[in-house]
Design a protein around this ligand. Structure first.
Ligand code: SAH
Ligand code: SF4
Ligand code: F3S
Length: 477
């Protein structure tokens, strides 16, 4: 289930299997793979690259690990809990291997990169370990592992973007899709493991991004999220035309494919989001009025230790600028409670900045020290767990209030909603999102609508995470 659009959406909300659509295999396969993905949307998108590489090499996909010759876990290292979840799952597969010794188990993604051969050698949990830039070598590694050798490739690359690989859409709802526009991260936020697991930042060829988006639109996809750890630093130099493409320009190219194609993007770093991007949003109404702008902390002192390179005032100014140019824009965030040295006063600054920013929604975590990061090397993880948890509870409470206020303000408003499918609760209701990325559920009062349609919906109420509405006749805007 791909519910969140922000990056790093994470082991808590994004965990679970992804399956290939039935259109995937063209040749009957004699061997089958099963893949489970954890972590952020980029990792889910990578699983679709992996599926494509494996299919090219004669592997069919299966939904059932019991039928798989190859079980792959595409893993996340962002917090300790994410890794624990994967380790538990790996020990389940190790047990299963006892009765099926021919089955291979592989770890892909960020844990593969972080732990490298350790998973093979010390813990004997897996047969192959493949880092995020080494997926092209999967067929060779599977062959090695199949002949009893330990197969590892965790080389990071400066230029791999998998631009030429056409992803096999896994678990697609047929309406929304994700497209990776860059890989890696150069930011070195002190708490974060991503620069170590994903390597240097590199931008994918703009032409291949636009071609993939166009193809998705032609296949019926109506909403695309452009993915990168820091989309505002996207920069591609087109050698054919000798023209550089910035993120704002890329956004416009994708938005220009068709007015019926909604475009989202994630994640925006508060230090990098520019007016140019906001103006591109203004120019194209099909670029969604939604910005995920991770704050992490509201204390300038803590932000400095986090190496976020902006201040509390800078974040305020960005929020003000967004609201000035795009008054109806949804703003959401990521917050970390209890980073090294955080005091009660720092914590109150975070609560205060959240309220100031009137965040519509946040992903909230307590700090989890990651080995090898700048924070792990330089600072002491000195906020007691009980204090971290108490602060996180206050942050969650406040966000609950802010989200309720935001939803209350929507009651009575009319939104254009893209129908994504039936609601989980009932076959008699549709579920979709408005441009601000809020989920809206409404009864199927007219037989004409189908998945992928845009409809006008009036909000009549809300539950904790969902707006409730009623369908309006098509001529009302
Ligand atoms: N590139 C994105 C975030 C990617 S990671 C950005 O810069 O905003 C997603 C989120 O996980 C981060 O925004 C942060 O809130 C959280 N996170 C990252 N490392 C963490 C850690 N060590 N402990 C707790 N939360 C962490
Ligand atoms: Fe991690 Fe910071 Fe890069 Fe985001 S911008 S992935 S938090 S280092
Ligand atoms: Fe994503 Fe987790 Fe890696 S958030 S980049 S899968 S550490």
């Amino acid at each position: 289930m791909i519910e969140s659009l922000a990056l790093g959406k994470h082991e808590e909300s994004r965990q679970g299997e992804v399956f290939a659509s039935s259109s995937a295999a063209t040749v009957p396969a004699s061997r089958h793979f099963y893949i489970e993905s954890y972590g952020c949307a980029m990792n889910f998108a990578d699983s679709e690259i992996v599926a494509s590489i494996l299919q090219e090499n004669g592997y069919g996909v299966t939904r059932s690990p019991e039928q798989a010759d190859l079980v792959l876990l595409n893993t996340c290292s962002i917090r300790e809990k994410a890794e624990q979840t994967v380790r538990k799952r790996l020990s389940e597969f190790r047990k299963a291997k006892k009765s099926r010794p021919g089955m291979l188990v592989g770890v892909l993604g960020c844990m593969a990169e972080r732990l490298k051969g350790k998973l093979l050698e010390e813990e004997q949990l897996v047969d192959l370990v493949v880092g995020p830039d080494a997926y092209r070598s999967l067929p060779a590694l599977i062959a090695e592992a199949g002949s009893g050798q330990k197969a590892v490739n965790v080389l990071l690359s400066r230029d791999e973007t998998y631009a030429d690989i056409s992803p096999v859409r896994l678990n697609s709802n047929g309406v929304t899709g994700f497209v990776s526009i860059m890989r890696g991260c150069n930011n070195m936020c002190s708490f974060c493991v991503v620069p170590f697991t994903r390597g240097r930042e590199r931008s994918r060829d703009a032409n291949s991004i636009v071609a993939e988006c166009r193809q998705l639109f032609e296949e019926g996809i109506r909403e695309i999220t452009l993915l990168g750890q820091n989309v505002d630093s996207y920069h591609f130099f087109d050698e054919q035309t000798e023209i550089s493409v910035s993120f704002a320009q890329l956004l416009e190219k994708v938005a220009a494919i068709d007015p019926l194609l909604r475009v989202r993007f994630s994640t925006s770093h508060p230090k990098d989001i520019t007016d140019e991007v906001l103006f591109s949003m203004l120019k194209y109404p099909n670029v969604c009025r939604y910005i995920h702008l991770p704050m992490q902390s509201g204390s300038t002192r803590v932000l400095q230790l986090m190496n976020r390179t902006y201040t509390r005032e800078w974040y305020m100014a960005k929020v003000n600028r967004i609201r000035e140019l795009l008054p109806d824009c949804g703003i959401t965030s990521d917050i970390i409670a209890g980073f090294c040295t955080e005091t009660d006063e720092d914590h109150r600054d975070t609560l205060d900045l959240m309220a100031y920013s009137r965040l519509d929604f946040s992903y909230m975590y307590f700090y989890s020290e990651r080995p090898g990061t700048l924070a792990a090397r330089r600072y002491t993880d000195d906020v007691p767990e009980a204090v971290k948890k108490a602060r996180l509870a206050e942050i969650v409470d406040l966000q609950g209030r802010l989200s309720r206020e935001s939803n209350q303000a929507d009651v009575g408003k009319v939104f254009e909603v893209l129908i994504e499918g039936e609601s989980k609760r009932s076959h008699d209701e549709w579920m979709g999102r408005n441009t601000q990325n809020k989920v809206i559920v409404f009864p199927k009062t007219s037989p004409e609508q189908k998945k992928g349609d845009y409809v006008m919906v009036k909000v009549t109420g809300f539950t904790q995470a969902t707006l409730l509405g009623e369908l309006l006749p098509p001529n009302i805007k």
